[in-house]
Design a protein around this ligand. Sequence first.
Ligand code: ZN
Length: 470
Amino acid sequence: MRVSTSGIKSESIRNNQCEIAIAPKAVRGTIFFLTEDPGTTIDPVKSYQYYDDGILVLNDDGHILDVGYATEMHSKYQLAAHTVLNYSGKFIFPGFIDTHTHYPQSEIIAAFGEQLTHWLDKYIYPTEAHFADKSYASSASRFFLNELLDNGTTTALVFGTVHKTSVNALFEEAEKLNMRIIGGKIMMDRNAPHYLLDTPETTYIESQALIETWHNKGRIQYAVTPRFAITSSPEQLAVAAKLFHAYNGVYLQTHISENLSEVMHAKQLFPASKNYLSIYDDFGLVGPRAIFAHGVHLTDEEFSLLAKKKATISFCPTSNLFLGSGLFDFRKAQQENCHLGLGTDIGAGTSFSMFQTLNEAYKIVQLHKAYTDTPQNEITLTPFKAFYLATLGAARALYLGDKLGSLQPGKEGDFIVLDLEAIPLLKFRLQKTQSLADRLFALMMLADDRTVEAFYLMGKRWQKVDRPRF
Ligand SMILES: [Zn+2]
């Protein structure tokens, strides 16, 4: 088989932030990706593919055609040298998937000294008020998407604000990049400042309009987005369920059991429901494509119901530590075989980097073991499991496992190139690693956005130019 060179393009589509530099036919480097859930054993041999000198071959439409050792790919496709972009010595990974974040909160990240409720009142609600303004929202969207990409995250599940225009702005910017973004307008009709409230009627009309405009337009998908049970009336949760079930493939994203006083408040507001998760379940909001952020204080019964209903938990380690919310029970989620992803939860989370999110996730699992008398050899967050959760595990949790999360043929060509020598300490540490597991663990502890040399969306490399700043 001979591959044409028509994939080579040099376009100059500009959107004030990025420029398409090149759409290569193939990329060469050290290629690693998970193909199965590795479980929690330290060296799960059959769950990944690793090519120390590999080539990833791309279709003209940006999907992955093939992957394998460089010698094999060269002879199979007779690749001309100028069609292969050479990243020898660099790592090629699938792009990371962030299953919970808030783009309007980027500008208020690292706000001092509060726990959840006071943090929302003091910092978040006043900030979100600005997003009624389209140009403000567009500028913030560009900043946010650039931060994701700089950190190697190519897909995210994103909260807007209560304003419809905030979501239009985000989707317009994501569409320019051909980036797979899932997002939605916050629904919030009580227990928040009056200037941020909608009603069941307006939230229905505005969410419906956004779904009909954007859902499945290119790579954009919509998520019905009640902020959490505390800020939605029963009537509004009923509207959320109506929308969630009316449109094929639409998601549901919300928060659950992040903070103990939040849990108590939610139960007071819905006394007829058995527990926090039951509030959502009673309205028909728990099921496939429903993503619940945090779940720090879930009961065993709630974990079981989430697993049974095939809903997803987004584990947000930097956020849970920053707001002092608590330690997520990763072991319980594993035992129940819950669908699980990782979230940065910007702006309570403190980093856009999935490496740093994995770093804090590992420490939370370690701490949880210490505080619950778990035997030391019991479930921990291994490096293979960690990178699974950040890629293929998240894709599967979002029911996008056929499109994203690995570099297998037929998947969308979203991947990143990592320069392991970009950080002196990481480079120094890697000299002493003995195995792939060692190297991956050093990466999840020490890497950050400096490691991400390039990122590709549907096979096209995007190059950073002047990034707009506030
Ligand atoms: Zn959140």
